[in-house]
Design a protein around this ligand. Structure first.
Ligand code: IFM
Length: 726
């Protein structure tokens, strides 16, 4: 089994959509779906751009923009197009090399008794983020004449309307250029293409055409360079593109491979004894690294990565609560970029708070470039009436602001970099806690603040009171704000002086915010009144469905029952793993597990981690494999009502890493100590990984219960609670 690549022999037309996501390439600036070079919009070709959005005319929502495809290429023989989606192939191999970020295919077609083989290899440069390159070869087993069309294809996939107006085109010999602007804001996008090794070119409609006489068994190869530019990168686009072309395919590829080598050096996790788990985990890490904003703090990571426009290309809590731990422990620069993106979009969060009648910062449920909320009030379409359903994700999923505060502090504690507080982090915290204060209801007769009318992670129960996850998150966020104030007061008094120093309200809020407690059986009620709901599990609910893809939330089947969409109380126990006893974790895990549908890919990892903590290693393993292989199997919900929600699942990818590290390796930390208390699955001989812990680069190998650590210099690391001594 190759543990560094995925591949498939043979072709099934029904796999086109799934494979587009599964074989995705990305570099943080763009993602290129795993489609064939001859495909177009019908086969869901998309070069999805991070942080570049548009609202198409007549459309209901803004979404990320897909760029025209500069790698489009199709070969014809005697008028027959060699298109895998329409012509039966003799053989087909599709491969993604996750070690080096390279996509390739080899397809053999037979036309009139001649076997013609297409080989193509492409990569999106990790070093020159605007550049894509393709090496394309044709070979036949008889002398034959083929026609090759290659150029820029405008016919690309869009979910919600057409986003580009075409402003101008250039076609000069081997060079093509398409200048576009977005419909809504008239932002410019430039796509250029150059083909090398292609003679007798005729240009027509942004396509180079050439007729090639192939000699039996002689390979005809050409190279294509694509450049995609918008925003800042437009300024030097010409220079940048020609620089890449001059460097040439092989050197570009080598520098790209070196970049991936550096990534893997810090982030690979090695599992000995379980190849399936190893590949799934590595594949998850591949996805995280290929969509990470390596060079910008102007965009977040979309919930479906860069696999398309699903969920509008927007960032959710998925980033802070599921992906960020991986980055803060392996690539702090990316983690900082992600958090700075939130700091940079604070104004959008303030606008949202105001819009809903509050003060402070209410972060977007679906955040795009300005931080204004892209989520619509009617986010799901009812499958029975075809009418948009009123959902409360946007206006009630308030925990997002607490998640961000939590994430900033977690970043500070793990990396040791507290400068983010004075780079806007503290201000953000202030605004978020002030938002919660204005949102909360003070009950004088109980002498406590409550958070009413909210939606927790379980989106099937909307507008509930005192959702445990939300209240605990907000309570911690308020405590964190106070700790952060103290930290800045001590380290940067001059910065602190600029602050409103009367924070009595914040101390009062932190002290008196109601935190739901375990009942006599140790169970924490998910929200006020949850225990009184109809006692029904997802299996039973399923039998009540009238239609496939029926939405269980809103006023749907689940809302009056105890069935929950995704980990909620268990998610909370996972986040605050040091604060609840094993008994409480066990009681709640066992109580909530049967009611959890896992209708979101965010759910399995929380159950996996807590299962590992309470000694249910078999369950932990089952849920680990579910989260780690979500994009390998493509085994997830594809529709919410009639809304398409397919694509990659970076939160689950992050969840896979979290399960390996926090679950099986048993890593946990307090302000000054990192502890490792492993509980590996029986079939894992060892687990090795690297962690950046407050500047120390720890190299950790776990074999059974034995832990070997290198790289401790200034930090405190314990193993099963005892100070580690080599
Ligand atoms: O953020 C999640 C949410 O928790 C469940 N629905 C999908 C969103 C995006 O992944």
């Amino acid at each position: 089994m190759n543990l560094w690549s995925i591949q498939k022999n043979g072709f099934n037309i029904s796999d086109i959509e799934k494979h587009g996501s599964k074989y995705l390439l990305g570099n943080g600036f763009m993602g290129y779906r795993g489609t064939m070079e001859e495909y177009s919009a019908e086969q869901l070709v998309a070069i999805n751009l991070a942080g570049f959005f548009d609202l198409a005319d007549g459309s209901n929502w803004r979404e990320s923009v897909n760029a025209p495809n500069p790698l489009y290429t199709v070969v014809s023989v005697g008028g027959v197009e060699l298109n895998l989606s329409t012509l039966t192939s003799v053989s087909h191999n599709h491969m993604l090399d996750i070690k080096n970020g390279i996509h390739s295919r080899k397809t053999v077609f037979n036309v009139n008794g001649v076997n013609i083989t297409i080989k193509a290899e492409r990569f999106i440069s990790m070093v020159k983020e605007n550049i894509i390159a393709l090496k394309y070869s044709v070979i036949a087993d008889k002398d034959i004449t083929v026609t090759i069309k290659t150029g820029i294809d405008k016919n690309i996939w869009n979910i919600s309307g057409l986003h580009l107006n075409y402003v101008s085109e250039i076609a000069e010999n081997d060079y093509l250029e398409l200048n576009c602007e977005t419909v809504e804001l008239k932002n410019q996008l430039k796509v250029c293409e150059k083909v090398v090794g292609f003679d007798n070119i005729n240009n027509d409609n942004l396509l180079h055409k050439s007729t090639v006489n192939l000699k039996k068994d002689e390979e005809f190869t050409f190279i294509k360079f694509g450049g995609i530019y918008h925003s800042e990168s437009l300024k030097n686009s010409e220079k940048d593109f020609y620089n890449a072309v001059n460097i040439g395919y092989d050197s570009l590829l080598n520098e790209h491979i070196s970049f991936w080598q550096k990534i893997w050096k810090n982030s690979d996790v090695i599992i000995e004894g379980d190849d399936e788990a190893q590949l799934a985990l590595r594949y998850s890490i591949y996805h995280l690294c290929s969509i990470a904003p390596h060079n910008t703090d102007k965009c977040g990571i979309p919930a479906r990565g860069l696999s398309g426009q699903v969920y509008k290309g927007a960032a959710f809590w998925d980033t802070e609560m599921f992906m960020l731990p991986f980055f803060q422990f392996t690539d702090a620069k990316v983690a900082r970029n992600l958090l700075m993106y939130r700091i940079n979009t604070l104004d959008g969060a303030k606008r949202k708070a105001k819009e809903f009648g509050f003060e402070g910062a209410f972060f977007a449920w679906e955040s795009q470039e300005t931080g204004d909320d892209a989520c619509t009030l009617f986010n799901v379409t009812d499958i029975f009436t075809n009418r948009p359903l009123r959902t409360y994700f946007k206006d009630k999923q308030i925990h997002i602001s607490a998640d961000i505060v939590f994430a900033i502090w977690d970043y500070c504690r793990t990396t040791g970099d507290y400068t983010i507080l004075t780079d806007g982090g503290l201000k953000l915290m202030y605004q978020c806690i002030w938002f919660f204060y204005t949102y909360s209801a003070f009950k004088p007769y109980k002498n406590r603040y409550e958070l009413l009318d909210a939606v927790g992670p379980d989106e099937y129960h909307e507008r509930v009171n005192n959702n445990a996850f939300t209240n605990v998150m907000v309570k911690h966020a308020a405590d964190i704000f106070i700790l952060a104030i103290d930290k800045v007061k001590k380290n940067n008094p001059e910065y602190f002086d600029k602050f409103d120093s009367d924070l009595t309200w914040a101390y009062d809020f932190a002290e008196k915010l109601y935190v739901p407690q375990p009942n006599k059986n140790g169970i924490i009620e998910q929200f006020d009144g949850y225990f009184k709901l109809e006692d029904v599990t997802p299996e039973i609910l399923k039998t009540r469905e009238i239609k496939k893809n029926e939405y269980w939330g809103g006023h749907g089947l689940a809302s009056t029952t105890m069935t929950l969409k995704q980990a909620d109380v268990v998610m909370m126990l996972n986040v605050f793993r040091n604060e609840y006893s094993k008994e409480i974790k066990k009681a709640n895990w066992e109580f909530y597990e049967p009611y959890t549908e896992h209708g979101s890919s965010l759910s399995a990892c929380a159950y996996a981690i807590v299962a590992a903590e309470i000694g249910k290693i078999d369950w932990a393993y089952k849920y680990f494999m579910k989260t780690a292989s979500v994009d390998l199997t493509g085994d997830t919900k594809q529709y919410l009502g009639s809304l398409y929600i397919g694509g990659t699942h970076p939160a689950a990818n992050g969840g896979a890493w979290n399960t390996a590290i926090f679950g099986f390796a048993g890593v946990s930390f307090t302000n000054d100590t990192l502890d490792i208390s492993p509980r590996l699955p029986d079939n894992w001989n060892s687990l090795s990984f690297k962690l950046n812990w407050k500047g120390d680069k720890l190299n950790i190998k776990i074999t059974g219960n034995k832990v070997d650590i290198n790289g401790i210099t200034n930090t405190k690391v314990t193993v099963y609670g005892e100070e580690y001594n080599k």
